[in-house]
Structure formats: structure tokens, C-alpha cells
Ligand binder design. Structure first.
Ligand code: GAR
Length: 200
């Protein structure tokens, strides 16, 4: 039986789209079992609907974080999801959620972590003046943009870069390495030693 992905997103959903295209064309040997957004109006959720996936959404406003995550976890269990991929999901997950899916949650972040965690990583890179930034796929723990690193891709910062031009070049790499990392985790040929993810 094919392994099943659960996608959590909050916005545009271009990483979700890249993953979905690879699933639909057979490059990624798995199914997308469920797509959830904390923002009912997220364009990524609309796309998921159009592609025919099972979707759900409810806003987080006014709901206790643990209770919210518990509802999301319930849906992920109901849809028998094996691996959860955060694709621009702009919420910090509670410890209770992370421990239920320990070692089975991935995130993509638009910097070479541990540099520039949090919001607006591309802006942070420009302001800091780094010459190279990039993107990172990592396992998720209860801290922000933390957890053992699976894959990274460097992207040079050009003198005439704006946040938009830099973000666009990073995004191309995000779309490439996220599917690569998912395929690797689904194959299961890795072990984690401390913070290091080692190919076996
Ligand atoms: C992506 O750049 C992703 O790396 C970033 O949000 C964007 C979502 O775009 N995630 C984070 O910053 C997580 N800390 P998308 O909705 O088009 O995939």
C-alpha cells in the first residue's frame, strides 16, 4: 500500500503544488491523503480542492493552541497519514502534536538553518548581508524552525537582489529539495544521531 502524506499549509501553497505534481506524475511514490489549512481562504487549499484531494480547514483564532492541534491531529489520524509535510504552515506546533507524530513531520524553510529562523527569512538574509543563503528541509520538533536537518540547498545573494528576486530563486530550490527529502524519508534509509540525519 502506498504511504500517505498529510500537508499543512497557510498560504499560497507553491511547495504543496510542487509536491502534488510529483505525486500525480509518479515521481514521488506516495499518495496525498489529506490537506489542511488554518486559513480557510488560503490559495493552496483551493488548489488542493481543485486537484481533488481531501481537504479541511478551520481558523485558529480564539482556540487554545493545544485544543486546535488536537483537532488537526485527529483529522490526520482519521486520514491515516504516514508523513506530515508543513508547506508554509505558519504556526508553531505544540509538543503534544509533535510527540504524536514523532519523526514523521517535515518542514521547509527559506534559509540555511540555523541562520534566519522565523518570519521573512529572505529579508533577514538581505539585511544581514550574507553572500549565500538557501533553503532547508528538516524534521520538526516543538521549537521554531528547529529539528534535525535532512537537506539544504545554497543560493547566492546577488548585489542587486530584492526580497522578491531572492525569494524566487530560493523557491525554485525549495520545490526541488522538498520532494527529494520526502522521497528519502519514505524510503526510510536514514538514521538520526543527535542532530545529524545520516544516510544508511
Ligand atoms: C516558503 O518559502 C516556505 O519555505 C516558507 O513559507 C513559504 C511558503 O510558500 N516557510 C517558512 O518560512 C517556515 N518557517 P508556499 O505557500 O508557496 O509554499
Amino acid at each position: 500500500m502506498k504511504q500517505r502524506l498529510g500537508i499543512l499549509l497557510s498560504g499560497r501553497g507553491s511547495n504543496f503544488e510542487a509536491i502534488a505534481r510529483n505525486v500525480l506524475n509518479g515521481t514521488l511514490a506516495c499518495e496525498i491523503g489529506f490537506v489542511f489549512s488554518n486559513r480557510p481562504e488560503a490559495p493552496g487549499l483551493q488548489l488542493a480542492r481543485e486537484l481533488g484531494f481531501d481537504v479541511a480547514s478551520f481558523p485558529s483564532k480564539g482556540i487554545d493552541r493545544a485544543a486546535f492541534d488536537e483537532q488537526v491531529a485527529k483529522l490526520l489520524h482519521q486520514h491515516r497519514v504516514d508523513l506530515i509535510c508543513l508547506a508554509g504552515y505558519m504556526r508553531l506546533l505544540t509538543g503534544g502534536f509533535v510527540s504524536q507524530f514523532s519523526g514523521r513531520i517535515l518542514n521547509i524553510h527559506p534559509s540555511l538553518l540555523p541562520a534566519f529562523p522565523g518570519l521573512d527569512a529572505q529579508h533577514q538574509a538581505l539585511v544581514h548581508g550574507v553572500k549565500v543563503t538557501g533553503c532547508t528541509v528538516h524534521f520538526v520538533d516543538e521549537n521554531l524552525d528547529s529539528g534535525p536537518i535532512l537537506l539544504q540547498s545554497p543560493v547566492p545573494v546577488l548585489d542587486n537582489d530584492t526580497v522578491e528576486s531572492l525569494s524566487a530563486r530560493i523557491l525554485r530550490e525549495e520545490h526541488r529539495i522538498y520532494s527529494e527529502a520526502i522521497a528519502w524519508v519514505l524510503r526510510g534509509n536514514y538514521r538520526i544521531e543527535g542532530r545529524r540525519v545520516i544516510q544508511t
